[in-house]
Design a protein around this ligand. Structure first.
Ligand code: G3P
Length: 218
């Protein structure tokens, strides 16, 4: 399998998005109602700010739980910017809505996925992304990463194009395991994304180089 491992920031805080983007490593953003609530701003204001900063996919979640209303909300959200991806929950009505939206050319991210067969349902209706929640499975003493591996295998068995977006990532090891297993995207909060840069030997090594450089005759 060839391609790129994409990093999305799982946040609605514009300052975090701007900083991650400034390093050239940000491929997109995922939001959810809980993350938007933390900003204290309106949903549309938050999305407007994010889409101005990020050209890659920006997931925005519907809050309706019946498919006709989800479709209506999704269409309104999609009009905000060309890079909006409509997030729908993995319930029957969400799958129904995803099929209608995708057929209408609106990309969907099916969220709150906790099993491989749920992921297969999302792929069958042509969802652009499936979001398995790793950390929340780990919290229940189930191996979240095992789910990523299962979905990868099932999608590859049949050539489904739905991208696996590893979500609820809590630390750099989750991100590494997701990459090893061939997830297409890892979405993570700002903290874990910044931790990806760090290694104490890098800091020590740089310190030594800089000190030795002072001894070089100028
Ligand atoms: O992308 C899903 C994420 O927002 C959930 O993360 O840490 O609340 O399980 P968490």
């Amino acid at each position: 399998m060839w391609g790129t491992m994409k990093f999305f920031l799982d946040t609605a805080i514009i300052e975090e998005i701007r900083e991650a983007n400034s390093y050239g490593i940000l491929d997109g953003v995922t939001t959810n109602p809980s993350l938007v609530a933390k900003t204290g701003k309106t949903f549309y204001k938050v999305l407007e700010e994010i889409c101005e900063e990020v050209k890659g996919p920006v997931s925005a979640e519907v809050t309706a739980i019946e498919s006709p209303k989800m479709v209506q909300e999704g269409k309104t959200l999609a009009k905000l910017a060309p890079n909006i991806v409509v997030k729908v929950p993995l319930i029957k009505e969400g799958i129904k809505a995803a099929k209608i939206l995708e057929e209408d050319g609106i990309r969907c991210n099916v969220t709150l996925c906790f099993s491989a067969m749920q992921a297969l349902l999302a792929a069958k209706v042509g969802a652009a992304y499936i979001s398995p929640f790793i950390g929340r499975l780990d919290d229940l003493n189930q191996d979240g990463m095992e789910l990523i591996g299962e979905i990868r295998q099932i999608y590859d068995n049949y050539g489904y194009k739905t991208e696996i977006l590893a979500a609820s990532i809590r630390h750099p090891l989750h991100a590494k395991q997701a990459a090893l297993l061939g997830a297409d995207v890892a979405t993570m909060p700002f903290g874990p994304m910044m931790q990806l840069f760090n290694h104490p030997l890098t800091d020590l090594g740089l310190d030594r180089f800089l000190k030795d450089w002072e001894k070089v005759p100028k």
